[in-house]
Design a protein around this ligand. Sequence first.
Ligand SMILES: [Zn+2]
Length: 388
Amino acid sequence: MSVWDDVVGQEPAVRVLTRAATAARRGTTGMTHAWLLTGPPGSGRSTAARAFAAALACEDPAAIGCGRCSGCRTALAGSHADVTLFTTEHTWIRRVDVEPLIATAQRRPSVGRWRVIVVEDADRLNETSGNVLLKTIEEPPPQTVWLLCAPAVDDVLPTIRSRARHVPLRIPPAEAVAELLVRRDGVDPVMAAFAARAAQSHVGLARRLARDEGARIRRREVLRLPQRVRGVGDAVIAAGELVDIAAEEAGASTVERDAREKAELLRALGADGSATVPPAVRAQVRQLEEDQKRRARRHQTDVLDRALVDLLALLRDVLVVQLGAPVELVNSDMTTEVRTMAGAGTPEETLARAEAVQLARERLAQNVAPLLAIEALALSLRPARRDD
Ligand SMILES: [Zn+2]
């Protein structure tokens, strides 16, 4: 057992981080104080960051990152006193988000040797918040370690990335993800293999696909989209449905959490139990509700983006068949559909469709209204006219 057990298919990165944690045992000199962990969504950036934090917090004299001692367990669980995990629901990490982190970074660790601050989505730092953070990264307190996570190096402000040591994560092999699902989540091996491939090695999605029938049904609905769209009418209807599916999926996971957060806030303000929200706490409640709405929007966009990534994988399979390339299909459960689509068009058309999907992803990332972006996409998925 070790803290790295859930970091699958990342042997080179794990080697680098283990070596650093081992050296960190001997003293603070030579320690890198800012790390940049990059990897595509689902590759396990934050899992790797947590595991590294745990290895630094490990109290076992014989092993580094034993996974059993209280340092390891609390760091992995996110409750270690010297490990701070920062995530954001906002499009940008703001100055007010960074300032408390910097204050924390100045404090000496309370139980262990290191104070670790994990910043997920470091690509969301803007000029202002990035510059504030930069100062402390340039002159770090001797026992503080920053772990910044982002999809790719280019996504992070140049000033920040030039001062951080870069550790790239790769897309883990599907076999490694399947093995994790079997070992950790008790998923049946056949289902685990299917889910890992269909989710293109995205660990979290593979887990959901394997365990949630609803998620499997939604995925198939998304992948049927290109075949369903024949004319403008179909396209508009299909786009509306896809946006609804995403809203439903995003909503399913947040309704409960929203209600719980509100109840907790009211309790903290001493206003629970009253039928109406007392005027004195309305502002706080309104702020919470706004944050929740923003989070729901971001979640819906994330779900839609994943659907588009699924569509890209399907089009890639279609292209593979059209070109006769000797590689395995991602969507092995949809071989018939893939062959039908491959026979109905040309590689050029498939590429044009893939570009349209990519364009829709970019528009969503730029906060274009989801329905508009998806409608435009659905229109460009219509089959080419062959009567000229
Ligand atoms: Zn330990």
